[in-house]
Design a protein around this ligand. Structure first.
Ligand code: ADP
Length: 206
């Protein structure tokens, strides 16, 4: 008998909204989480077919001396040439999707969180059973990212402009966690969502 695929909750939000922080709280309650940013790094680790394909397309100049992919160099190349971005995405997206699906299937829990920063931008809503948006006023987002990533306010603003608007993201949400205060104030809401996701997972497998 094949094992049932877990109920998938896509977690999204703008940069610095608190996706990682909130997911960690769910994990403390026992929920598994797949971080697609992490998966994106795994599929181009040294020795992977993903890295070989990227080097084929971009040349050995995208490799660092230690054999790791030079992500900064790749970012510069795709920024300068939009066609290269499409090529890179054509290589990486199927690999990321496959590896994510495999990790979700192996999670061994009724539901699984999948953190997808650009879920709304990429129209990924159809690949998840439910969308949880971590919401935060732009001023709070900016202040947190300036500290975390040592960026200036204009640098953070440029990243935020390249992402979906707060309104578009909220429009795609089934559930919203407002993360502008202390994380402790969110814990009861996180616990309630955790219970709800277990219940929803139970309903779909019945
Ligand atoms: P994301 O994964 O959405 O980019 P993070 O979870 O990394 O966001 O949060 C961005 C930064 O803000 C991190 O340094 C994190 O520790 C901090 N942070 C997140 N939520 C809170 C909160 N409720 N109170 C204080 N700091 C927070």
């Amino acid at each position: 008998m094949s094992q049932q695929r877990p109920f998938v909750v896509g977690v999204t939000g703008g940069i610095g909204s608190g996706k990682t922080t909130v997911c960690r709280e769910f994990q403390k309650l026992g929920a598994p989480m797949v971080d697609t940013d992490q998966v994106a790094r795994e599929v181009v680790a040294p020795g992977t077919p993903g890295l070989a394909a990227v080097v084929d397309a971009f040349g050995p100049e995208v490799l660092m001396a230690d054999g790791q992919l030079d992500r900064r160099r790749v970012r510069q190349l795709v920024f300068a040439t939009p066609d290269l971005r499409l090529r890179l995405e054509a290589i990486l997206h199927p690999l990321i999707r496959q590896a994510t699906d495999a990790q979700v299937a192996a999670a061994g829990y009724p539901y699984c969180l999948v953190c997808i920063p650009l879920l709304v931008e990429r129209g990924g809503g159809n690949r998840v059973d439910r969308v949880l948006v971590i919401d935060c006023p732009p001023e709070v987002q900016t202040a947190r990212v300036m500290v975390r990533d040592e960026l200036t306010a204009p640098e953070v603003a440029a990243i935020m402009r390249s992402q979906a608007s707060r309104e578009d993201r909220l429009a795609a949400a089934h559930d919203v966690l407002e993360n502008s205060g202390d994380i402790a104030t969110l814990r009861p809401q996180i616990a309630a969502l955790h219970a709800r996701y277990l219940q929803l997972a139970d309903e779909v497998t019945r």
